[in-house]
Design a protein around this ligand. Structure first.
Ligand code: BGC
Length: 766
């Protein structure tokens, strides 16, 4: 149970536990008792989600589960069908993109705790999540799982979730390390990137997950980096994770991400998992055994992997070690807390997370909220209003205990107070379950779906649109609810466009023609273009897949029961052509040159030419217009930023910032204060500003309050590839404080030389 803090404390100690030298000796002695066959059994899948055990010595198997939006169904040992005919309903969490929109580490930690408790209750050890790859392009099919285009936000959200998961005695497995920002050719795309972008944009969230979150395991990604598959990579996974970060947790492959026995055996990977039931043929099974016997891989390399597995089991409390009278290590069952499944507390916590994930993008003329009693008849339009999402998306699918749709949510609140009618207005993708063997097939192909629309479909859409538009004129209020679904936000495939599918642009335009007070609500895991109607729509709301209580949360915000406080965790561009990967890059990659072919086993090479200019770092540096900026999100009330002042450390740099904000509107509300740091005179290759800190402040109407935010030293540093280190470059920086990356309300110059305190009125406070 969530309230059981004693349990949480015990487990926290377990997950933080450093392995002391005595335990290291016990581990060594235990490894000494294992045969090569037993070691090999422990380091690869013996089922799709389970490693081999060594019953002779009491060493259990490790049990994994997807993740991260709930505990996935159990599969049969040898194939992708439900283990016992039941998909075992569980709680369905908001997606990574929804959780990140809360900008609230506390609620994300609670969501993690729900996931950790349910994973434990289902008898698993490791939950495969959170997913935290940087959102490099809006087209990535898994953006709904990922958290942000910004490394600080992604790292803060991921580490909060990990702390929650691990508080329940479950190991988190942040994924996919690293540079896995596209699905096209996901197994065979080779990424080329400069070191500054690698260390400043793509690695920090993983580092935070391991160091601040304390993650006990890590998943290697499918793709290659400079010619080496990440699961076998010595040039990134070993060099950075093992050597630079000095991390001794367990590294598991993505399912099917290992290809060669020798590099995998010599490299940093500990456990080789895949999607096919030919377990003995996995690279780290019989092929690695043969390589060890042939002297190509020393057995000590296998021993190191075993030591990581045993350390994980100890840290989880899955096993305990002791010694017999001969001084040999013995294994017994460890002490672990029980989990809990589908509890009302879990549902309440997920409702709270979903509430905070709703982002109000525009609200001219305050047409939202639609308060109960404010009108007689409301028309809800859109197939998305009546759509569930839990059972799709790929490995993040969940057999949800229940899922409240937006229409259910609105009727739950408004039913009785006014008449709520619904018309589809368009025809969305069928709610089709994925082919059971999609995951096995996805290793072979990432071809996009045929999205052509035949004449009959066009005609049906026209009829549905006209019927909705005709009805819209007669209603007091119209709420359109649409966006994407998991036919588009989908593992294994990228989108080829950011336009709304199913003729929704035409439908929204027709509704706005018929009733200008139509509010547009979009549910999607990644940005969509709104250019066809955004200037005309008075109210626009976005939220991602917000879990089992998502419909209730959305309805509470739309009806004013809850004030919206979510902020965009990524920029919403105007068009695909204006996004940085499209402007600079060659997404989704180009065929390999002959020289590349000669040195690597890949299909495409993808050069991240935009470097560090990902998301708002690009738009702000190049003054490119966007539809809605990173960090943007309105409330039903207004906030005025009154003043900010810094406290400096001994080196003259600010260590914290105090911001004073007033609620100048008529409702209670929550503002997420954002602090960005940038050089006072940025060079061409520098971003103008980068997120340095953020925090939530709740204020009643007329109330003034202050929030103090810690400013990390990293805010004033950049990665110097020559020194291979983060260094301070110039003395003068500016801290910009505001409501989004483009809505800066206050600025403070800071200088490393000055050990004085500045405030926003330009005076020096001593
Ligand atoms: C996905 C992982 C997932 C694994 C196991 C892979 O296809 O990329 O995120 O955890 O399968 O289902």
């Amino acid at each position: 149970m969530i309230q059981n803090s004693a349990k949480q404390n015990t487990v926290k100690q377990n997950s933080m536990k450093n392995i002391n030298s005595n335990t290291n000796r016990q581990i060594e002695s235990l490894i000494g008792q294992l045969t090569l066959d037993e070691k090999i059994a422990m380091i690869h899948g013996s089922e799709l989600f389970r490693t081999g055990a060594v019953p002779r010595l009491g060493i259990p198997a490790l049990v994994f589960s997807d993740g991260p939006m709930g505990v996935r169904q159990d599969f049969r040992p040898d194939g992708w069908t439900s283990a016992d005919g039941s998909k075992k309903p569980t709680s369905y969490l908001p997606s990574g993109s929804a959780l990140a929109a809360t900008w609230d580490p506390d609620i994300i930690e609670m969501a993690g705790l729900v996931l950790g408790e349910e994973t434990r209750a289902r008898g698993k050890d490791v939950i495969l999540g959170p997913s935290l790859n940087i959102k490099r392009t809006p087209l990535c099919g898994r953006n709904f799982e990922y958290m942000s285009e910004d490394p600080l936000l992604a790292g803060t959200a991921a580490s909060a979730m990990i702390r929650g998961i691990q508080s329940a005695g479950t190991a988190a497995c942040p994924k996919h390390f690293a540079l896995n920002s596209q699905e096209t050719e996901r197994l065979w795309v080779n990424v080329e990137i400069d070191d500054r972008a690698l260390y400043e944009i793509y690695l920090p969230a993983f580092r935070a997950a391991l160091e601040e979150g304390g993650a006990l395991t890590l998943m290697g990604s499918y793709n290659l980096y400079r010619g080496q598959h990440l699961c076998e990579s010595r040039n990134l996974t070993e060099k950075v994770v093992r050597n630079e970060w000095n991390w001794d947790g367990l590294i598991v492959s993505d399912w099917g991400g290992t290809h060669h026995a020798v590099p995998a055996g010599l490299g940093p990977l500990d456990v080789d998992m895949s999607v096919t039931p030919d377990f003995d043929d996995y690279p780290m099974a019989e092929p690695l055994k043969a390589a060890v016997k042939a002297g190509k891989v020393p057995e000590s390399a296998v021993d190191l992997k075993i030591s990581h597995i045993l350390k994980l089991m100890l840290r989880l409390g899955k096993i305990a070690l002791d010694s017999n009278e001969d001084g040999e290590t013995t294994v017994s069952k460890g002490i672990r807390p029980a989990g809990s499944l589908n509890t009302p507390q879990h549902q309440m916590l997920l409702l709270e997370a979903a509430r905070e994930a709703v982002v109000l993008l525009k609200n001219e003329g305050s047409i939202l909220p639609v308060e109960p009693g404010s009108c007689e008849r409301i028309l809800v339009v859109g197939a998305g209003a009546d759509r569930t999402h839990s059972n799709g998306g790929g490995s993040a699918e969940v057999a949800a205990l229940y899922e409240i749709t937006p229409l259910d949510g609105l009727r739950n609140i408004l039913g009785g107070a006014c008449q709520v009618d619904w018309l589809p207005g368009c025809e969305a993708g069928a709610d089709k379950a994925q082919d059971a063997s999609w995951q096995e097939k996805s290793l072979e192909t990432s071809e996009g779906r045929d999205r052509s629309v035949d004449e009959a479909t066009k005609l049906r859409r026209k009829e549905l649109r006209e019927a909705a538009a005709a009805a819209a004129a007669d209603y007091d209020r119209v709420i359109f609810i649409g966006g994407l679904d998991h036919d588009y936000d989908l593992e294994g495939q990228d989108r080829d466009s950011i336009e709304l599918p199913y003729g929704q642009d035409e439908l929204i335009c027709a509704l706005l023609d018929a009733n200008p007070n139509t509010a547009v609500i979009l549910v999607s895991g990644s940005p969509v273009s709104m250019e066809a109607w955004a200037d005309r729509a008075k109210a626009v709301v976005w939220c991602s897949y917000a879990g089992m209580e998502g419909g209730n949360a959305l309805a509470e915000v739309l009806t004013g029961e809850v004030d919206p406080s979510g902020k965009l965790p990524e920029t919403f561009p105007r068009s695909l052509e204006e996004t940085p990967a499209a402007v600079f890059g060659d997404f989704p990659g180009r065929p390999l040159t002959d020289a590349e072919h000669a040195r690597m086993d890949a299909h495409l090479t993808q050069t991240y030419r935009e470097g560090i200019f990902v998301g708002y770092r690009y738009y702000d540096r190049f003054d490119a217009p966007v539809r809605f900026s990173f960090g943007h999100g309105l409330s039903y009330t207004d906030f005025e930023y009154l003043e900010a002042s810094t406290m400096t450390g001994p080196d003259g740099l600010p260590t914290s910032l105090r911001v004073t904000v007033k609620n100048t509107g008529g409702r209670p509300g929550t503002e997420i204060v954002q602090v960005y740091a940038g050089k006072a005179s940025p060079d061409e290759e520098d971003p103008v500003r980068e997120l340095a800190a953020f925090g939530r402040i709740e204020l009643y109407p007329g109330e003034t309050g202050s929030i103090t935010l810690k400013i990390p030293a990293a805010a004033f540093m950049q990665f110097d590839p020559k020194a291979h280190a983060f260094v301070r470059t110039v003395p003068d920086h500016i801290l910009s404080i505001g409501s989004s990356s483009r809505d800066i309300r206050l600025s403070i110059p800071v200088s490393a030389e000055a050990d004085k305190i500045h405030n926003t009125n330009g005076e020096e406070n001593v």
